[in-house]
Design a protein around this ligand. Structure first.
Ligand SMILES: NC(=O)c1ccc[n+]([C@@H]2O[C@H](COP(=O)([O-])OP(=O)(O)OC[C@H]3O[C@@H](n4cnc5c(N)ncnc54)[C@H](O)[C@@H]3O)[C@@H](O)[C@H]2O)c1
Length: 550
């Protein structure tokens, strides 16, 4: 979000934009929307507002988002600075610790959220509405139509999952008989009350919506902050939610830089903060907020190809999707691929190379990298190539003929081979396991007797988000799964690291602060705590007498 000289749009980007305009000419802008996803441009910039204490507000301090495809300043965001925090602090402080609803207070709100979910699910199933969000996502976080569609589809299915009575079932309690008549213990799911959600740029709709709704379902009041580069998507989503019955006061929405948000958190003291983003910020917030956090942080995700080589074309395709779809900007993207020597002697790598080379900017199957520059990615590659025995497998060059502004990255899908023995060496491990949030992966191989070396590498890693064990050899699967911890691990010859839908728990394991997203279990774990009410209503036994002191 910096001001940049306007650059000429490249031929491919213009062609692509024209074809997408033609494709979507028949779509109407939905009634709740205040922007036209197709029409936003340097000459017709969109504006993003804040929402606090039930009203949409603007500020005098606008930051500008550059169109990732051509550098035009195309979105103006009303940024709140440190002097504008008070309304947000006050708004959050109005919510008590026992929340907006709980099993003993306003239980009708559980039903209300079931109804809201039904309406939103229906709205998102309308082609005008889904296309609006698909295109809006593509404009700010460029990814292929298919990938943006998947994001909207998963979000719609999530809402379908929480229609009717499903929200109140999230707050299901249990009871255990007591020691005497009249005594019974009941376990309840209790909200935290005032909470905050902070999310990154890469899934502008899915991540904030799934976390936001989970928080609301369980009875919390939410202050939401989405990365400013993409916050237009959630601003429009909130307008959709309001149209479907969400109260204007249940969610506040702030646009600010990270430092200002950090200050707000220290002042507002939310009971819980869900942070999704880099490990650097996650660790800072864990300290600043004295542990009142749940974290979904960096992913250095691994895939192991076992000894049983089969379905090489399919496996190559999944490897390509896992590493390079969304230009590698999924926290679940494969960062390192370990192949058994049997795969190393198959045509896998040459097939992966061909698939990577099909990707093109015109259809956004490869595109701008929003948080890592070309220079950083290629610099990292150079350092890896200094490791003895390493070599470039494919890619390794900047994208050509584009006008992606140079605050963003633009490289061809890249794979660098590093020998497994070298990866484990003290000086190399940190370098090789650095997360590059772009179309970049490390590939290595291991011999039949070297599985332990691979497992040692997994043990040394710090992020344990997604993983894939590609094999149908049950003993091999057992060995790898039993010796690793990643929170979302796919196992079997169709295993992948990316593409978790709303019906799979998604989140890291091995960290008590780890959050989850999507499923009822994730919602209950992240957005509610346990409260035990022990009823002890009597009667006191007939002729009871005061016993001796104990
Ligand atoms: N685990 C997951 O589910 C998941 C999902 C998506 C992305 N990620 C990770 O996110 C990272 C990419 O996103 P990014 O680079 O935009 O992350 P980031 O940590 O820089 O930013 C994430 C969010 O935090 C805000 N922020 C930054 N500093 C802050 C501070 N001091 N206090 C409060 N808020 C602050 C940002 O404005 C943004 O909204 C990658 O590491 C990726 O693996 C993880």
């Amino acid at each position: 979000m910096q001001r940049f000289a306007r650059s000429r749009a490249p031929k491919q980007a213009i062609n692509w934009l024209c074809s997408s305009l033609n494709q979507s000419r028949s779509f109407q802008t939905p009634s709740f929307a205040t922007v036209d996803a197709e029409g936003i441009s340097g000459s017709q910039p969109a504006e993003v507002s804040n929402l606090v204490q039930g009203s949409w507000t603007k500020t005098s301090n606008w930051s500008t988002v550059l169109d990732p495809l051509n550098g035009e300043p195309f979105i103006k965001v009303a940024d709140v600075d440190e002097t504008g925090l008070q309304p947000f602090v006050e708004s959050l402080s109005k919510c008590p610790k026992h929340g907006l609803h709980n099993p003993f207070k306003s239980p009708e709100r559980y039903l209300m959220f079931g109804d809201i979910s039904t309406k939103v699910a229906h709205m998102l199933s309308q082609p005008d509405v889904s296309n609006f969000f698909i295109r809006l996502i593509q404009r700010v976080s460029p990814k292929s139509y298919h990938q943006a569609h998947a994001e909207v589809f998963v979000t719609q299915k999530f809402f379908e999952n929480f229609c009717g009575d499903q929200v109140r079932f999230l707050a299901r309690s249990f009871a255990v008989p007591g020691n005497h008549l009249g005594q019974q213990s009941h376990g309840f799911r209790w909200p935290y009350g005032p909470v905050t959600i902070i999310t990154p740029f890469n899934f502008p709709l899915e991540i904030p919506v799934l976390q936001l709704m989970g928080a609301l379902y369980m009875g919390n009041k939410v202050l939401l902050k989405v990365d400013g580069k993409v916050s237009i998507v959630m601003e429009q989503t909130l307008r959709l939610l309001h149209e479907c019955g969400l109260s204007m006061d249940d969610v506040d929405f702030i646009n600010s830089d990270g430092k200002t948000m950090n200050k707000l958190l220290l002042e507002a003291k939310p009971q819980m903060t869900l942070f999704t983003g880099s490990s650097r910020v996650a660790e800072k917030l864990a300290v600043d907020l004295r542990g009142r956090v749940k974290l979904e942080d960096a992913g250095f995700d691994w895939k192991i190809l076992g000894p049983d080589v089969q379905e090489v074309d399919y496996t190559a395709w999944v490897c390509d999707q896992d590493a390079y779809a969304c230009s590698g900007q999924k926290c679940s993207a494969t960062s390192i691929l370990f192949m058994h020597e049997n795969w190393a002697s198959s045509p896998l790598i040459s097939k992966m190379k061909s698939l990577a080379e099909r990707r093109k900017l015109e259809d956004l199957t490869v595109g701008p990298v929003l948080t890592v520059t070309t220079e950083t990615m290629l610099g990292h590659m150079k350092k890896l190539l200094e490791i003895p025995g390493s070599k470039l497998l494919f890619g390794g060059e900047p994208l050509e003929n584009h006008s992606i502004p140079n605050i963003y990255g633009a490289i061809k899908p890249t794979a660098v081979y590093v020998p497994c023995e070298e990866i484990l060496k003290e000086g190399n491990f940190e370098l090789v396991t650095r997360e590059i949030f772009g179309p970049f992966q490390v590939v290595t191989d291991y011999k039949d007797g070297q599985l332990q070396m691979v497992l040692d590498a997994l043990e040394k890693m710090e992020a344990h988000l997604t993983a894939a064990v590609v094999s149908n050899d049950l003993l091999f699967l057992q060995k790898v799964i039993g010796n690793s911890v990643n929170g979302t691990t796919y196992a079997g010859m169709r295993a992948r690291t990316t593409g978790a839908p709303q019906n799979h728990w998604f989140g890291p394991a091995g960290d008590p602060r780890g959050a989850g997203i999507g499923t009822p279990e994730a919602i209950k774990l992240v957005w509610s705590c346990h409260r035990e009410i022990i009823y002890d209503v009597g009667p006191v036994p007939h002729q009871w007498q005061i016993p001796p002191s104990t």
